[in-house]
Design a protein around this ligand. Sequence first.
Ligand code: NAD
Length: 463
Amino acid sequence: WLFFTVYSIIIGQVLRMFVHMVGAKRILLIGRLKGYSILALSEALPDDGKITACSVEPYLGGKSQEASDYSSHAKKISVKVGPIADTLEELVAVGEHFDIVFIDADQRNAVNDYHFVMDNHLLRMDGVICVENTLMKGQVYLENVSDENVLAVRKLNTVINSDPRVEQIILPVEDGMSVIRWSCTPAAVMESKKAVVKDDVFWGHNRCRILDRLRLDGKVAYVTGGGQGIGRAFAHALGEAGAKVVVVDLVLPKAEGVAEELSLKGIKSMALAADVSKPEDVQRILDVIVARWGTVHIACNNAGINMNSASEDTSLEEWDKTFNVNLRGLFLCCQAAGRIMLKQGYGKIINTASMASLIVPHPQKQLAYNASKAGVVKLTQTLGTEWIDRGVRVNCISPGIVDTPLIHSEDLKPLVQRWVADIPAGKLAQVTDLQAAVVYLASEASDYMTGHNLAIEGGQSLW
Ligand SMILES: NC(=O)c1ccc[n+]([C@@H]2O[C@H](COP(=O)([O-])OP(=O)(O)OC[C@H]3O[C@@H](n4cnc5c(N)ncnc54)[C@H](O)[C@@H]3O)[C@@H](O)[C@H]2O)c1
């Protein structure tokens, strides 16, 4: 009993690890079902995850049923009882697509099930098939075997091994687990029945698939105004995509807080204090970044402030303060980072402008802010065209009204209802709505884009 329990825990951990590694949401189980395995899988799945279990028998077996009854994750499990071939047909008919497919090799129709899953694309492109019991206690390698089950599993292993569409390894887990994934190898392409156009669209640019082209592994990024709001969301997004991130803010504890969050997620980070309107501060942060991490590839110039006043009352102090941070500070950062990037022939600069560069937001009055953000766009267009032939792309993002501390001032709070009525999307933007854009503009996938002002405003600038 003790052996069984320890063994179940180990298998459970292996399965949970698979689910996390694949980022699985939908799992298909074919064949005899083990309760502890289903339980482990369902626990590892996110709340909207789903396990479809195909079973010939109308029950999961004593222990298994108990285990799944007690699990709060049982709602993720749907058991389909009946001939497996029929169930698989049904799943294809409703357009199901799975991230992980488990097949029990020790059942009569495993070869057919494997073929069916592959031929009907029940497995998504980056998914894996796990075939359980593929070693049969090593018997599959013995000569003079007459046991029908062993011969059937051996046949299945041969079929998988000779399938040019896949690559596999056998792990010594349980009674042998084959892990199989699609491989777009030349062998598979050669054996394809239809002629294949072997170009960059087919293989992916530099043999990289589109989501991999958005990755920022090995890149060094900084984000100004990274201590809260949009900058914090940008720092997380760039880090999640693989970059090392320097969080820069006027207020050091804020920057440190975000750097700490990143490091909790396994993202290499550092916090630096700087007032971007001061040239000596800007030069210092770039010197520190280069000294510690060698260079900078991604410059996210996001720090900005917003003050409100009627234009006839706007003081020179307000005008200067706004322009010093929003435009002069951004120029200083672009120039200091740009010099490093031009030298290395590569760089991505992403400036935060605003929808206020396109329209005049109302009813609040913010002449200096609007003018400074229009300046950010023109600066971006100018640098974007001046530097692209030396490998440096400069673009900007123009958020609409984003739900951040910037708009929670006593003056602006009462205006929220009014703004929402002006937004086709019917709601304010969340900082997470902007994250994919910064990753795209930081990645090689956007290399042909420069001087662009990317508006993300729920359609507000169109009304
Ligand atoms: N929130 C919105 O609705 C909205 C809409 C469009 C554009 N934007 C722009 O997005 C950017 C970020 O806005 P947010 O809403 O996250 O603002 P926020 O006020 O929530 O955060 C700005 C951060 O920048 C830092 N900062 C301020 N001045 C600085 C300076 N001189 N040097 C370094 N850091 C400084 C602040 O300490 C703060 O942590 C700004 O450029 C803003 O103009 C915001």
